[in-house]
Design a protein around this ligand. Structure first.
Ligand code: HEM
Length: 527
């Protein structure tokens, strides 16, 4: 009897213990995830956010798709609280407020939400990730590399890759004047040659010899999600320093490869005394200027050649140079390639728009002695509309992120956004909202015609971001997309074929919006 009582007692004790633990955990969850409720901010509950976070970690959905779903479900609110993992985040739903928050309020939302790494290790020292004063200095030093003079140089250098691209397509079409092409593969190789020559100052041979183009393979890997990235994302929510350590261990192979490629390129330049006008040379010159400044204070040179600074307190360290190059290559390759691919895909399904683009190319060519120069690019007003509409329908950067770096008083309200809260701006949500872009699934370049462009609600069209952290290379990106489209469309027309996927599917694992798998189109030579 005594034994029975003791068993019952211990079971009751265990049950009470379990209930107490469960109640305590529930209390903690309530406390942690009533952040927005307590502040009177409408919210997407943790019961929705948590499963979506798991879906994101498991790479079942893109984060921009999840944010776009939140956007659609919260119509009528100017902003909405939510939880990104364990952290409170706020999504701005009213595009007319974008200017107040991230342009006028730049000091309040200065950084992106990558965990700050003061020492800028393992390729984190790039413009996308840098925070605070370091970002200001690097941005100011790198910006002149995108001046019109520099772009003109790049445009001229691109001509040889246009020749490569034409030869490649000609070979594919030989004998029958048409071919079925995976345009995504072709365009990304073309973009790799263009951006690689600019960033590393050498031939990447991605069109000619894709199997041996290691840098493209590495960049593709760098821009893809994986279980390691998911782990890093998870750790960044629970323990940012652990996330940094994990990142530096896991990505050391990519980091080492990129650093050795960039260092080799810099060494070759220094040894050969080359004075190219590409981005690599530009960065070498910036380093040199810094090193010479340091030398006055007693720094040494190696074999008479100024070395990138090694002191972590200086700005243009070797790491920053390698990080800047990889950042530019990665940001430039996938966005430019995807935009060009999306555009070709849309044109294949809109032959009337494609014809108008072709006529514009012919008109500009006729007026420029058959060779289009950099200065002629501004004459392509219709092509610009077509690219703008492509970026509206398929924005490679589907959302913008910022971190609240200084408490922000929401204008005309009593709400306050506290330091540390993540801010999400749902670019793809705005671009597909019929309130701002009627019939958003229609591909209609007329939205960007001279008559209509002023009707676009400010803040609702953000393909290159907004505020001081907007895309540093937006003009260069537009130039390269135009140039690649002109090269292809002046000699070929594009058509859907039996292998073309319709509708287009998007890759769930790439950081920027990219098509999933191959994008097969039929190209026909224009006689
Ligand atoms: C069609 C092509 C491109 C698109 C749609 C695009 C879009 C974007 C977007 C949305 C952002 C974030 C802006 C923000 O947060 O406000 C960004 C930032 C950036 N992009 Fe691009 N981009 C493109 C091409 C390029 C190219 C070609 C490069 C370099 C060669 C580049 C380099 C960068 C860098 C360095 C940043 C970070 C800027 C900073 O924080 O200071 N992008 N881009």
């Amino acid at each position: 009897m005594e034994l029975l009582t003791s068993v019952v007692n211990s079971q009751v004790t265990l049950a009470l213990l379990c209930i107490s633990v469960a109640l305590y955990v529930w209390f903690l969850i309530q406390k942690k995830f009533s952040y927005w409720n307590k502040r009177g901010v409408p919210e997407i509950s943790i019961l929705t956010c948590l499963p979506n976070f798991i879906v994101q970690l498991l790479q079942i959905k893109r984060f921009s798709t999840i944010v776009s779903e939140y956007y659609k479900a919260t119509e009528g609110h100017s902003f909405i609280g939510m939880y990104q993992g364990l952290r409170p985040a706020i999504m701005l739903r009213d595009p007319t407020m974008v200017n107040d928050w991230i342009v006028k309020g730049f000091s309040n939302f200065h950084d992106r939400n990558s965990p700050p790494d003061e020492k800028a290790r393992n390729l984190s020292g790039n413009l996308l990730s840098l925070t605070g004063e370091r970002w200001h200095i690097v941005r100011a030093k790198v910006s002149p590399a995108f001046s019109s003079v520099k772009l003109n140089f790049m445009y001229d250098a691109n001509k040889s890759y246009a020749v490569e691209a034409r030869i490649y397509l000609e070979r594919l079409c030989s004998g029958k004047n048409e071919a079925i092409v995976d345009v995504d593969d072709f365009v990304s190789r073309y973009a790799m040659d263009v951006i690689g020559a600019w960033g590393l100052g050498g031939e990447c041979n991605a069109i000619k010899d894709p199997q041996n183009c290691e840098i493209k393979k590495i960049l593709d890997q760098f821009m893809r999600s994986s279980w390691r990235r998911s782990m890093e994302l998870f750790l960044s929510m629970v323990h940012p320093s652990l996330a940094r350590l994990f990142r530096s261990r896991c990505f050391s192979n990519i980091s080492n490869f990129i650093t050795s490629v960039t260092n080799q390129a810099i060494k070759t330049r220094n040894e050969n005394g080359s004075s190219g006008k590409d981005f690599l040379q530009y960065l070498i010159n910036v380093c040199r200027a810094e090193t010479e400044g340091e030398q006055e204070e007693g720094e040494t040179m190696l074999n008479g050649v100024p070395q990138p600074l090694k002191n972590e307190d200086s700005v243009f360290t070797e790491n920053i140079v390698a990080s800047t190059i990889v950042n530019m290559l990665a940001a430039g390759l996938h966005t430019v390639a995807a935009t060009t691919t999306f555009c070709l895909y849309e044109l294949a399904y809109h032959p009337e728009i494609q014809d108008r683009v072709f006529k514009e190319i012919q008109t500009v060519k006729n007026g420029s002695g058959n060779e289009i120069q950099f200065a002629d690019l501004k004459k392509f007003s219709y092509l610009t509309q077509v690219i703008s509409e492509t970026l509206r329908k398929h924005p490679p950067g589907g959302l913008m992120v910022r971190k609240c770096t200084e408490t922000f008083n929401v204008p005309n309200s009593s709400f306050v956004i506290e330091k540390g809260v993540d801010l999400l701006i749902p670019t793809i949500g705005f671009h597909h909202d019929p309130k701002y872009f009627p019939n958003p699934e229609n591909f209609d370049p007329e939205r960007f015609s001279a008559e209509n462009i002023d009707k676009i609600v400010p803040g609702s069209y953000l393909p290159f971001g907004e505020g001081p952290r907007f895309c540093i290379a937006n003009r260069m990106a537009m130039m390269n997309v135009k140039d690649m489209l002109i090269t292809i469309l002046s000699e070929y027309s594009l058509h859907p074929c039996s292998k073309t996927k319709n509708p287009l599917k998007f890759d769930r694992k790439t950081f920027t919006l990219s098509p999933e798998g191959e994008v097969w189109l039929c190209i026909k030579r224009r006689i």
